[in-house]
Design a protein around this ligand. Structure first.
Ligand code: HEM
Length: 425
């Protein structure tokens, strides 16, 4: 295949290479085939790309820890001191769910699951529908629109802000803090960019610490008040009593809800429109029969997985797919590569919402860290598509699109997507 990587490319594979970031899939295909557990020399980490091996890692959290929160790339002393000065202006960054292992993980996860019950999520449906409808109505009469800015960014931001009771006049800050929180994930940032992002995280922390304090004095019927009321097991197992969460723990939980929910859902919504723009028959069929929507959502998640991968750390010397993995090694479970594994999905590069096993993708992970917001983001995607298909008759991807992806190897999404549209009659 023209342009496909050679075996030599794999030996020197660089996930940060700009060309790779734009389209990693031929590289993943070669890896699944030749080196499904590939050691990336320069970065000292292992990329896991086959579906069965990704599952093996996800199902063994004792061997493959999620305690990667504090493991950044090494940095010079002067830079480290500058970073420490910024951290000193905020609350301690503590690990709760995504970057915690058992038993701490279970403790926080159980607590947050109580706030994110299927019932609580279903109750957000009218708000999601109203927000989605208002957004589309804002531009439906225009001949063209940039979909990322006009829909895919504001929908999840406004929904999670609604869930966290953040007033509308802080929505721009909310989005900025969310971007700052993920700025360093899978992206090569300069020290100045990292510092600017950590300052944004500090702002987020101070804003929510103040909101929590207000609710301590005047409780409300919301998630923040629930966090204040929550009690968790004591750190010291000999103490029988339960304790409240401290402020850094509550901030960490809030930050994860904010961050995990925004960017990922934005990327999913944008890809869904790109794929439907590339498959106008599927768009027409979905408009005619909304029962197809769930399949479109799942197939988008499989084929255009927003969270391409996540880190794990080996807690002991072990072996994966025949490759020895030393204790302390860093792995990336590459969900997006597993989602195109031909042993699970026939013709894996084809967009086919009606395919068998459409829900066997790993876009939300698996096991104890399975995405807490899977139900919410599926609901957002379904309602978004319902409202879009009601209001837009037909659309096409504008010729001016360059289809450029954000330069991150963990979160994959388009920077912009221009569509030309005709409203439904
Ligand atoms: C399309 C949208 C989304 C995608 C693709 C996605 C993807 C993922 C993945 C792959 C994981 C597992 C990470 C791992 O195994 O280390 C995860 C975990 C998580 N997600 Fe999502 N997510 C999405 C939306 C959301 C939303 C809307 C929320 C919350 C409002 C959310 C909150 C979380 C949290 C808190 C975790 C950590 C769970 C834990 O460690 O127990 N996500 N997500």
């Amino acid at each position: 295949m023209a342009g496909a990587p050679t075996h030599d490319d794999l030996a020197g594979f660089d996930p940060f290479d700009p060309a790779t970031l734009q389209c990693p899939f031929p590289h993943y295909a070669r890896m699944r085939d030749q080196a499904p557990v590939l050691r990336v020399d320069g970065l000292g980490m292992y990329l896991v790309t086959r579906h069965d091996l990704v599952l093996e890692v996800l199902r063994d959290p004792e061997t493959f820890s999620s305690g990667f929160g504090g493991v950044g790339m090494p940095m010079p002393r002067e830079d480290r001191e500058r970073m420490e000065a910024v951290f000193a202006d905020g609350y301690p960054r503590v690990s709760t769910m995504l970057t915690a292992d058992q038993p701490e993980h279970t403790r926080y996860r159980r607590l947050v699951t109580k706030a994110f019950t299927p019932k609580a999520i279903a109750e957000l449906e009218p708000d999601i529908r109203r927000i989605a409808g208002e957004l589309v109505d804002g531009w439906i009469d225009r001949p063209s629109v940039e979909f990322v800015e006009a829909f895919a960014v504001p929908l999840p931001v406004r929904v999670i802000a609604r869930a966290l009771n953040v007033p509308d006049d802080r929505l721009d800050d909310f989005k900025r803090w969310s971007d700052d929180s993920i700025a360093g994930i899978g992206t090569a940032l300069s020290i100045d960019e990292r510092i600017a992002a950590e300052r944004g995280v500090n702002e987020f922390q101070h804003y929510f610490a103040d909101q929590l304090e207000q609710r301590r004095r005047h409780p409300r019927d919301d998630l923040l008040t629930n966090l204040l009321d929550a009690r968790v097991d004591h750190d010291d197992p000999d103490i029988d009593d339960k304790r409240p969460l401290d402020v850094p723990e509550m901030l960490s939980i809030l930050q994860q809800l904010l961050v995990a929910g925004n960017e990922t859902t934005t990327k999913m919504l944008t890809e869904m429109i790109r794929l439907l723009g590339e498959h106008p028959d599927e768009w027409a069929a979905t408009r005619a029969d909304p029962a197809r929507i769930d399949g479109v959502v799942e197939e988008t998640l499989r084929l255009s997985t927003p969270t391409q991968g996540m880190f794990r750390l080996a807690t002991r010397d072990t072996e994966l797919g025949g490759v020895p993995i030393p204790a302390g090694a860093r792995l990336v479970v590459t969900f997006s590569a597993a989602n195109r594994d031909a042993t699970v999905f026939e013709q894996p590069d084809v967009f086919d919402p009606g395919r068998d096993r459409v829900r066997d993708h790993l876009a939300f992970g698996k096991g104890i860290h399975y995405c807490l917001g899977a139900g919410l983001s599926r609901l957002e995607a379904r309602i978004a598509l319902e409202e879009l298909t009601k209001r837009i008759g037909s659309f096409r991807l504008a010729g001016s699109n360059t289809f450029e992806y954000h330069p991150s190897f963990l979160l994959r999404g388009l920077t912009r997507l221009e569509i030309e549209l005709s409203p439904a009659s």
